[in-house]
Design a protein around this ligand. Structure first.
Ligand code: ZN
Length: 372
């Protein structure tokens, strides 16, 4: 397999960069101070933490945030309940999912922070969003993987890992499992059924990636904005108006974040050196959403929705998330989510010029990375 630096394609490069904690002005130091590989999991949300935090959020919100399991649809391979939350009263449904890869942990915290603020703030900007939007949040799509600290999950049978013909346990990348020949893991069918019931209008998928620098600079990328079917690529231009909508969504988030001194945002690409590719994968969960996959006739109306993803720097698989940077990286996700929700709620996202997507920094394109 190709050596790539991405989450979506499965490899990361080691790095040990964090942010300066001495304020935004100092954040332009490339990479910031090293954490020397020191990683504390204390600030990361475990599955048990998440359940407790969700219950606290629901209680504090006085019912504004509804928290529930998806047990009616099923449980994980290791028989854990999936948790979801709903907040808002608006007609526009926005699906937000985090940690489909179990070692991409700060994303869960960002969703919980969003639910907490939106459930209790009462501020005018939040109320304006919640009047027009209903948020369907999945803070941890892959609890088994999160507990194992692995990107993938492991298939189980009768309480034991299922073994392949080579005697090794079978693992599945859940972000490749919404496909006609997929749905090998219980997780996939549960969330697919839930998605087909909710029928969201938009989706945002939160990930982590490895280290990269913004093209033409020595700034460490703190977040990349992406679409799993490349804008202007082989597939998306023929899918409804999503080639425009997904670019508008990315530009909206970019505009909202680009002036924070500690954030260095670019477009999501895979590869290294001079060879950078955009992904065009049809088996990804949010790709299947955009393509309106009708697996086993569970989505007979071929519902579909546009989706973008955020790729935050670092992951816990390689131990390359610095404690010092965790707060900044979580806040960056939170602010990105808040921005896109505001843009969707106000309708402002629809008046963005989609061609301004070209303004988001990117490497010269060497081609497309496909799974078909
Ligand atoms: Zn990921």
């Amino acid at each position: 397999m190709k050596k790539v630096i991405t989450c979506a394609l499965g490899f990361t490069l080691l790095f040990s960069a964090g942010f300066s904690t001495s304020g935004m002005a100092a954040e332009t130091v490339p990479g910031g101070p090293s954490t020397n590989g020191q990683l504390s999991y204390d600030s990361l949300v475990t599955y048990e933490d998440m359940i407790k935090m969700l219950k606290d959020i629901e209680q504090t919100s006085k019912g504004k945030v509804e928290v529930f399991t998806l047990d009616q649809y099923g449980k994980s391979e290791q028989d854990r309940s999936f948790y979801a939350a709903k907040v808002g009263t608006g007609p526009i449904k926005v699906w937000i999912q985090a940690q489909i890869h179990g070692d991409e942990k700060l994303t869960t915290r960002a969703v919980l922070d969003l639910l907490k603020t939106f459930g209790s703030s009462g501020s005018k900007d939040v109320e304006a969003i919640l009047k027009n939007v209903t948020i369907y949040a999945i803070p941890m799509y892959n609890p088994d993987g999160s507990i194992m600290n692995t990107r993938s999950t492991t298939l189980y049978e009768n309480g034991e890992p299922k073994l392949g013909s080579n005697g090794k346990s079978l693992t599945i990348d859940l972000n490749r499992d919404w496909a006609e020949k997929g749905f090998k893991a219980k997780e996939s069918l549960v969330f697919y059924k839930y998605w087909a019931d909710v029928k969201p209008d938009y989706a945002v998928d939160l990930h982590h990636q490895g280290f990269k620098t913004v093209y033409g600079t020595n700034e460490s990328t703190t977040m990349s904005l992406g679409v799993s079917l490349a804008p202007n690529g082989p597939t998306l231009p023929s899918v409804k108006n999503y080639n425009d909508v997904t670019r508008q969504m990315q530009v909206y988030v970019y505009d909202a974040l680009k002036d924070y001194g500690y954030m260095h945002i670019d477009r999501y690409q895979v590869g290294s050196g001079e060879k950078r590719y955009e992904i065009d994968i049809k088996g990804g969960v949010v790709s299947a959403m955009m393509l309106g996959l009708n697996y086993n006739n569970l989505n007979p109306t071929h519902h579909s929705n546009p989706a973008i993803f955020f790729e935050t720097k670092g992951n816990t698989r390689e131990g390359n998330l610095g404690q010092k940077s965790n707060g900044y990286l979580t806040k960056q996700n939170y602010l990105g989510l808040k921005a896109i929700l505001e843009g969707i709620a106000s309708g402002k996202v629809n008046s963005v010029d989609p061609n301004r997507w070209q303004e988001i920094p990117a490497y010269p394109l060497a081609g497309y990375q496909k799974d078909y």
